[in-house]
Design a protein around this ligand. Structure first.
Ligand SMILES: CC(C)(COP(=O)(O)OP(=O)(O)OC[C@H]1O[C@@H](n2cnc3c(N)ncnc32)[C@H](O)[C@@H]1OP(=O)(O)O)[C@@H](O)C(=O)NCCC(=O)NCCS
Length: 153
């Protein structure tokens, strides 16, 4: 697989099942396809969310979704890379790098102040320094959360 065989484009509604499968590869396989179709519709209608896919021939082999919002402290837009995955058989061929280039171009077009991502340190990509090799700098922030069960308790 060479870079010329991959195209990066905005996701279309016909990509929904491929995207659902890729998210399961990433470890998020809880939604049924029909629930996910509804989620995808909601996301597609949100102008602050952008979903890019990587296509090899007629197959969707990668996904990068971002969201953006203005931040008081930054005086401008923060873009978050929310989901990022390449199909297992296509990893290590440059698809992830091309998707990240698409994401960076999107952030640039928005004149964003910052592009950031959150990832689990046990992931192979983190351990192999994938993000640093692609221009990201690791910062010393902790991620804290409250999930629905606790919120509603
Ligand atoms: C992280 C990921 C999106 C990168 O895409 P990719 O197309 O494999 O990356 P590229 O081919 O452009 O770049 C190669 C780099 O990706 C990483 N990589 C390559 N194969 C990998 C694999 N099987 N698993 C994890 N990372 C891999 C390495 O850092 C590699 O660089 P190195 O060979 O110098 O160590 C992809 O490997 C993936 O989907 N991994 C599993 C899911 C994941 O970790 N997603 C990010 C969560 S935030």
């Amino acid at each position: 697989l060479s870079a010329g065989e991959i195209s990066i484009r905005k996701a279309a509604s016909s990509d929904v099942e491929s995207i659902w499968r890729l998210l399961a590869d990433l470890g998020y396989g809880d939604q049924t396809l029909s629930t996910f179709e509804e989620t995808f519709r909601t996301v597609s209608l949100n102008s602050a969310i952008s979903v890019l896919v990587a296509e090899a021939g007629d197959r969707i082999v990668g996904l990068a979704s971002t969201s953006h919002r203005p931040q008081l402290r930054l005086g401008g837009l923060l873009v978050s890379l929310d989901e990022f995955v390449v199909a297992a058989e296509y990893r290590g061929c440059g698809v992830g790098r091309l998707l990240l280039e698409g994401v960076k171009a999107h952030a640039r077009a928005l004149k964003a102040c910052r592009l950031e991502l959150e990832t689990n340190r046990v992931r192979e990509s983190y351990k192999r320094g994938f993000y640093v090799k692609n221009g990201f700098t690791e910062v010393n922030s902790a991620v804290l959360r409250i999930d629905r069960e606790e919120l509603e308790a």
